[in-house]
Design a protein around this ligand. Structure first.
Ligand code: ATP
Length: 354
């Protein structure tokens, strides 16, 4: 029997199968009270299934789901005290804005002993939509519709807010504005939140912690900074942000080193690699420089893109494509030397050679 803690949300060994398809495989997650926790990963990796298992729309084949310290694995969605917003959670077209928000209170009384009417007004104020209560959903922009969907989900005062790609149908600028609003509302209510997105930039921007999901399993869980700066696997290194990934062989010196362009480079994670092991390394584009650093490689500049605040320089290092991000305003052409510092080299994968 699993031990249930009093975390905001706890998944313990959750698997979900759909016939032969294993959508989730032994996933354990603990989301703290008031935490903004994001599941990010490519299409089909199991993000929505995880959220649906927390909401109660999916029953785990194995494992348990607990909310606020209570095992809710067998309970229907309406008995879980969660609010859910989906990507296209269409508002009811035959109800005006106020009626749509009030619909969120169909299973419960308004929290705090206030009337339903007062609660609806409170929520419209919270999402900055007061004065628009009489409008029909068709008279609202996409962003306003999602604010109302959020108000409807929050109306009963749920313990947990579950958001499945709530911004992805909106254009980029609106999405960036609304994610700030969403974070402000989440923090003002101090509500435990699980957010699903395929957009790694959004995940890093909005979250206290991020879980990178691949193929029904958790690849890495950590703060946005930890996920970005110390990717735990090749998948995370390549999925989160731009990155340069290449292979090298560990020598038998102590501490171990790898050979990169005929220089021997010590490894930060030296203690966990073995002599002769083939390792996958990563270096972020912004950690590469045209100015002298610890390690030099000879590369050819192939394309330069101007981004406004920086340049993205596409290079080739032998057969390996290398991306450099730099604010340097004199970009060399043709064959050049690229530099990086030893601490910026991360071991993101390993495979023992025969
Ligand atoms: P997306 O970003 O595309 O929404 P996702 O990461 O949310 O993807 P899920 O929707 O959780 O992924 O799907 C995980 C896997 O489970 C996929 O292979 C999907 O095809 C499968 N799957 C999901 N729901 C069902 C279902 N009801 N019946 C059968 N297979 C399903």
């Amino acid at each position: 029997m699993a031990t249930v803690t009093d975390a905001g949300v706890e998944l313990d060994g959750v698997s979900v199968d759909f016939g032969d398809v294993s959508a989730l495989n032994d996933v354990s997650i603990t989301v703290e009270h008031g935490e903004f926790f994001t599941l990010v990963g490519p299409s089909g990796c199991g993000k929505t299934t995880t959220l649906r298992a927390i909401a109660g729309f999916e029953t785990p084949t194995e494992g348990t789901v607990a909310i606020d310290g209570e095992d809710v694995t067998g309970r229907p969605p309406e008995d879980r005290n969660v609010g859910v917003v989906f990507q296209n959670y269409a508002l009811f077209p035959h109800m005006n804005v106020r009626e749509n928000v009030a619909y969120g209170l169909r299973f419960r009384d308004a929290p705090g002993g206030v009337s339903r009417q007062a609660r609806v007004e409170e929520l419209l104020e919270l999402v900055d939509m007061n004065g628009l209560g009489e409008r029909d959903p068709t008279e609202l922009s996409g962003g306003q519709q999602q604010r109302i969907a959020l108000a409807r989900a929050l109306a009963p005062g749920p313990e947990v807010l579950l958001l499945d790609e709530p911004l992805s149908a909106l254009d980029v600028r609106l999405r960036e504005r609304l994610r700030v609003t969403l974070r402000e509302i989440q923090q003002s209510l101090d509500i435990t939140t699980v957010y699903v997105t395929h957009d790694q930039e959004e995940a890093l921007a909005i979250s206290d912690r991020v879980a990178v999901v691949a193929d029904g399993k958790l690849e890495q869980v950590g703060t946005p900074e930890a996920i970005y700066r110390s990717p735990a696997s090749r998948f995370v290194a390549e999925f989160v942000g731009d990155n340069n990934v290449f292979e090298a062989t560990v020598d038998d010196s102590d501490p171990p080193r790898v050979s990169i362009d005929e220089q021997t480079v010590p490894l930060a994670a030296a203690s966990t690699v073995a002599p002769g092991e083939r390792v996958t390394l990563s270096v972020r584009p912004e950690d590469l420089s045209f100015d002298e650093r610890d390690v030099a490689i000879t590369a050819t500049v192939e394309q330069v893109e101007f981004l406004g605040d920086a340049y993205r320089v596409h290079c080739a290092w032998g057969e390996t494509p290398i991306l450099v991000k730099t604010a340097h305003d004199e970009i060399p052409r043709g064959t050049t030397t690229l530099w990086f510092d030893v601490p910026d080299v991360h071991v993101v994968g390993r495979s023992v050679t025969e």
